[in-house]
Design a protein around this ligand. Structure first.
Ligand code: SF4
Ligand code: SF4
Length: 390
């Protein structure tokens, strides 16, 4: 089997299939490929091999292995190119790829030239979420959770621009200083209004948390909102249900009431998903709350909280609501700006109107979904070059 030319430079293990161990080798190759490209946190390949054996037939594993990882998560590769890599006739390969797409592991669509194409949905866009988005609690999902919690640690790649960013809850928009404009891409309501198609899935983090801990964290679970191409893909795969704009806005409102934090793709246009995160179960806020990873290494934060010393009565109401424990009480409320994520949840708690959000800098998110991921790829390539030179 030939490999696509990207990003095999990352591969640490390359095992040629053949002989009686053909099937096992396909899974080993796939585990190695996914570990390096998508599941960077799974350092124990053998455990991942077992999970892949339970999840995919050898033919499916071979097909997945032949879909190249491209910088942009939904960037398509033609079936003819995948068939050449897999050394399989297109007729034989197509139903296998379609089956994988139906289960949410591949994204499929029409390329500019009209040809059918597929993309391997990377971390955050399908791998590993496809196991959890439907909210199932079956044996395979539990098996994956065991592996996830054994080996997961947040990505410490420190790659800028970050994949995702926090955006303030709606109530804080009025709480910005007059000179601090808020752009449409910073308003979750505008993102929902502009969407062509919307779907809601179960929060993968809360499903994992319950399966791992035996109890739910208590926050709403069906609140993981997908837009446009990703929404269509998840609806087709039965991993999410379509919702109207009104229902999506209602979900957003409920997440704010529940003290959840909005995050989206770190881009101005082409946003594909919005998660609504808590400090107990979620991979990002949880890691920040527990001070496992510096905030700026994993999520972009464009706003910070400010407290008016004259107005603050030190009532303490804003301390408990902070999802990352960034507020302490002295004579007045004190915010640790190294950990505040600018979510604005504390504003609604303050009856003294002492809290505002300030823009952290002039930085703005990359303009498009594609430019975000191309910038990230360039940053990764720079890291690879530095690593090779050492
Ligand atoms: S809620 Fe307002 S008044 Fe109370 S401690 Fe926080 S900032 Fe001060
Ligand atoms: S202090 Fe806490 S609740 Fe307030 S904006 Fe910062 S992270 Fe959000």
């Amino acid at each position: 089997m030939k490999r696509g030319n990207y990003p095999h430079t990352l591969h640490l293990i390359w095992i040629k299939p053949g002989g009686e161990n053909l099937s096992k080798n396909v899974y080993l190759e796939l585990a190695s490929y996914l570990s390096m490209v998508y599941l960077g946190w799974l350092s124990n390949i053998e455990d991942l091999v077992k999970l892949l054996q339970l999840s995919f037939t050898p033919e499916e594993a071979r097909a997945l292995l032949s879909v190249p990882a491209k910088p942009v998560p939904v960037e398509l590769t033609s079936i003819s190119e995948i068939a050449a890599t897999a050394s399989m006739p297109e007729k034989e390969l197509e139903p296998i790829l379609d089956r994988l797409a139906e289960r949410g592991f591949l994204y499929t669509g029409e390329m500019e030239n009209g040809e059918k194409g597929y993309a391997l949905l990377r971390r955050g866009y399908g791998f590993t979420q496809a196991w959890f988005w439907a909210g199932k609690r079956d044996a395979l999902t539990k098996k994956f959770v065991d592996i996830y919690w054994k080996y997961h640690f947040p990505d410490k790649g420190d790659v800028s621009p970050q994949n995702f960013r926090y955006i303030p809850i709606n109530i804080s928009i009025e709480s910005l200083q007059p000179e601090q404009a808020i752009y449409p891409h910073e308003m979750i309501v505008e993102i929902v209004r502009k969407a062509r198609k919307i779907a809601v899935a179960h929060c993968a983090c809360r499903v994992r948390y319950e399966l791992a801990n035996g109890e739910h964290c208590g926050h709403p679970e069906e609140v993981c909102i997908k837009f446009n191409e990703l929404a269509e893909q998840l609806i087709r795969a039965g991993l999410a249900r379509e919702v109207s704009k009104e229902e999506a806005l209602d979900i957003i409102r409920k997440t704010e009431e529940a003290g959840l934090v909005h995050f989206t793709d770190n881009t101005q246009e082409g946003i594909l998903h919005n998660c609504n995160c808590c400090g107990c179960a979620c991979w990002n806020l949880g890691a920040i709350k527990r001070r496992m990873v510096p905030r700026d290494q994993i999520i972009a934060t464009y706003f910070l909280r400010e407290t008016d010393e004259e107005l603050c009565t030190a009532c303490g109401s804003c301390v408990d609501i902070c999802p990352v424990d960034a507020v302490s009480l002295d004579d007045i409320a004190v915010v640790d700006e190294d950990w505040c994520v600018g979510c604005g949840l504390c504003i609604a708690q303050c009856s003294s109107e002492a809290i505002t959000l300030k823009r952290r800098s002039d930085a703005v998110p990359p303009e498009t979904f594609e430019s975000l991921h191309r910038e990230r790829e360039r940053a990764y390539e720079a890291i690879r070059v530095r690593t090779r030179e050492r």
